[in-house]
Design a protein around this ligand. Sequence first.
Ligand code: HEM
Length: 117
Amino acid sequence: MSYKAEEIEQHNKRSDAWITIDRKVYDVTKFIEEHPGGEETILENAGSDATDNFNDIGHSEDAKELLKKFYLGELEGRVPTANSPYKVDPISKPPNTQWLVVAFGVLGVFVAYMYLS
Ligand code: HEM
């Protein structure tokens, strides 16, 4: 059985989570709560390709063996890239308030000057 990226990308939920690793498709829904590396790491990869993330951690042989339990089939075509709703947003930049500080500083100096002179 083989699956296309478009289909895998639909399975990006906690209640229905597929990932791909080395062009193999896995249904890891039941594993989310059991993952020793935490739920978040799996959820963030749901519906997308987890090859780099999985390999970067340096998972043990046991972990690779465990994967077989969740095997669904092969990946056909491009890798899936769904944005999981659980993906952590990059920290948004605070608004640039520097000019306000400068403006009030200048105003303060001006007012002080007016009062003192
Ligand atoms: C469904 C595929 C996965 C399986 C079967 C799996 C399995 C495991 C297992 C068995 C461990 C315990 C340590 C070990 O034996 O290596 C572990 C730890 C860990 N996993 Fe996964 N994992 C999977 C996917 C992922 C993904 C996609 C990430 C993404 C970042 C991830 C991140 C981690 C982290 C951070 C740890 C903790 C390492 C530590 O505390 O030393 N895992 N995983």
